[in-house]
Structures are given as structure tokens and as C-alpha cells.
Design a protein around this ligand. Sequence first.
Ligand code: NDP
Ligand code: 13P
Ligand code: ZN
Length: 348
Amino acid sequence: MFDKSKWIRLPRNVVVGHGMLDELGAAVGELYLTGTPLIVTSPSPNRIVGDRVRDQLPASETVVVEEASFAQVQKVIDAAEDAEAGYLVGLGGGKPIDTAKMASDELGVGFVSVPTAASHDGIVSGRGSIPEGDTRHSVAAEPPLAVVADTEVVADAPWELTTAGCADIISNYTAVADWKLAKRLKGVEYSEYGGALSQMTAEMLVDNADLIRPGLEESAWIVVKALVSSGVAMSIAGSSRPASGAEHLISHQLDRIAPGRALHGHQVGVASIMTAYLHDGPGGLWQDIRAALDSLGAPTTAADLDVSEAELLEAMTSAHEIRDRYTVLGDGITEKAARDVAETTGVI
Ligand SMILES: NC(=O)C1=CN([C@@H]2O[C@H](COP(=O)(O)OP(=O)(O)OC[C@H]3O[C@@H](n4cnc5c(N)ncnc54)[C@H](OP(=O)(O)O)[C@@H]3O)[C@@H](O)[C@H]2O)C=CC1
Ligand SMILES: O=C(CO)COP(=O)(O)O
Ligand SMILES: [Zn+2]
């Protein structure tokens, strides 16, 4: 049996720009896929651009998912089998895209990612995440064969989705720091290319933070490109390590302790302020991260996330337990240490 985590698996066509939805048919046609396309979408993207996508993919069928759950993945698998689907098209935010990604993995058919929001780097990656049950972190899945992101559509999406995508990228700083630490202390395999690309992506986004403003199509373009790069870094690494460290562990725990309160990217952004402090101490990177999030209008405090002090501290002190991934949290931090860092960084 092959270990595909050793392969670098990337989308073949990445089509990003103004009006690019109208090139979906051409981008997919180039992949020589056969059979009925099954469009997997959610209510808003279906309403906003569903017909434009259907015009590009004649004879397609559509299934609308209501939430990200294993029941909805099964609904898509059933719809694909009924339609004898040749491939799936995830159209929308992370919910329909990851549902399509997980279903296509199970069905053994290809999938195409058509993000309508730049909310996190899962829209491009070979990592699937259904935040239900015990496993809240992503698992290996098939990467999209193609990604088609129309920046006009993404720029029109609610601004908070874009700031969540930015924060998910900014958190790459601490993810890479955790990965390097795990290499030094635990001999974990580290990819120089994966780490460097992920770090550079975070730097470019922070350097351009002033240009990222609501309604500006150029902003959507910067963020989508960054999400693509982050997805590529994960493909090079064969894991989510370049984009997921202790800040993601804390976010995954918040998903358990306080489900549905805040967007994934917003949670990892706030957690990243604190894990940067744990890495560097006072006067270090944490202030740059907080300033960048602040300038984008992304959350920087527990209150912004609608999370109580007790919920945050519980997530911070138990985050190390959820997965075998060594980070700056080591084998756990005390409640006092968690409170100190949260207070010093202004998160509580
Ligand atoms: N693979 C990975 O690494 C990761 C994957 N995920 C997955 O992503 C999901 C969360 O992703 P997220 O994007 O926040 O969730 P959604 O897909 O639910 O999108 C968020 C909201 O935005 C709406 N929406 C999407 N696009 C537009 C648009 N263009 N205009 C107006 N509204 C729009 C959706 O509306 P409506 O619901 O009405 O359609 C929804 O209310 C998780 O549940 C998980 O499955 C999360 C983190 C990491
Ligand atoms: O969200 C991700 C990267 O930004 C994926 O990370 P996880 O593997 O921790 O879910
Ligand atoms: Zn993430």
C-alpha cells in the first residue's frame, strides 16, 4: 500500500481572479473528468452563484448541505451514488468544500474546489475537517484537482469571513515556530520548503495588512493567493504542520468547549497571539500578530470570540491532549501560566 503522505499532491489548475467563475467549465474540461458533476453547496453560495456554476457545468446535479457533519457527508455520498457522479464540485465556504472533499475521498472520485469565501486554508488543502465527534482537527483527504476562486464573489462575501482567512494565515508564524521546536526537542521530521513557504505566506499577509480592506477585490486576491500558498505548504509537508501548531490545538479545544461561537480563523488568530508570547516572551512577535489582527478588524480578545475566561483557560490547559503533536504547550501548561499569558497579551 502506498503512503500518499510522502507524495506532494497539488491541484492541477488554480484559477484566481475577477470573473473567473466563468472559466470554471474550461478549467474542469482540462482535467478530462467524465460522468455527471455533482455540485455540493450550501444555501447562500447556491443562491448567489449556483446558476452561474450550473451554466458552466451542463447536466450537473446539486446537493445542498446545511451543516458540516458526518450525516451531511453521507447525504452527499448517497446523492453522488444516485447521480452516478463522476466528480464533485465543492461550492461555497469551508462547510460545503470540506463535505465534498470528505465525500469524494470516500467515493474515490475527484473534486474541484470553488470557494466563495476566503475563510481558511482548507479551501485549497488536502486536509479535510468535519468538526464533530472526537476528532476536531483535519485528517488527510484528497486535495482538489482544481481551485477556481472568483475574487469578485469572494470580495462580496461577509468581511468577517475574509478576516478569519487572514488570521488563519497569520497563525502560520506560530505553527512554524512549533514545528521547529518539535524538530529540535523531539526529532520530528521538518520540511525546510514547507516551513519556509508557510512562514513567507504569513509575512506577506502581514506586510500587506494595510491593503486588505472590506469590499476591495485586490484584498480578496491577496488573501486567496495566501490561502493557496498555505495549502501548498501543507501538501509539501504531507501534514498540516506548516499551518497548525498550538494555536490550532487551542482552537480545536474551543470547538469542543464552546462550539459555534467564533470562526476557526478568528480562534486560531487569538490563540496565536498567546502562543507567540509563549515562544518569544515579552516584546516579541506576539505584538506584531496582535497589531496585524487589530488592523484587519479581526478578534484579539476572548470576549471578541464570545468565549469566557474560564472556557479559554480550560482550552489552553487541555489543548495538548487532543493530538500527538508536540508544540510550545509541551505536556501541558498550568492554569496560572495560561492566565498569565492571557492577561499579559490582553486576551483576557
Ligand atoms: N480543512 C481544513 O483545514 C479546515 C476546514 N474547516 C471546515 O470549514 C468549515 C467552516 O468554514 P466556513 O467557511 O467558516 O463555513 P461555511 O461554509 O459555513 O461559511 C460560513 C458562512 O458564510 C456563508 N457564505 C459563504 N460564502 C458566502 C458568500 N459568498 N456570500 C455570503 N455568504 C457566504 C455561509 O452561508 P450558508 O451557510 O447560508 O450557505 C455560512 O453562513 C468547518 O465547518 C469545517 O468543516 C474549518 C477549518 C479548517
Ligand atoms: O486549519 C488547518 C490549517 O490552517 C488544519 O489544521 P488542523 O490539522 O489542526 O485541523
Ligand atoms: Zn486553520
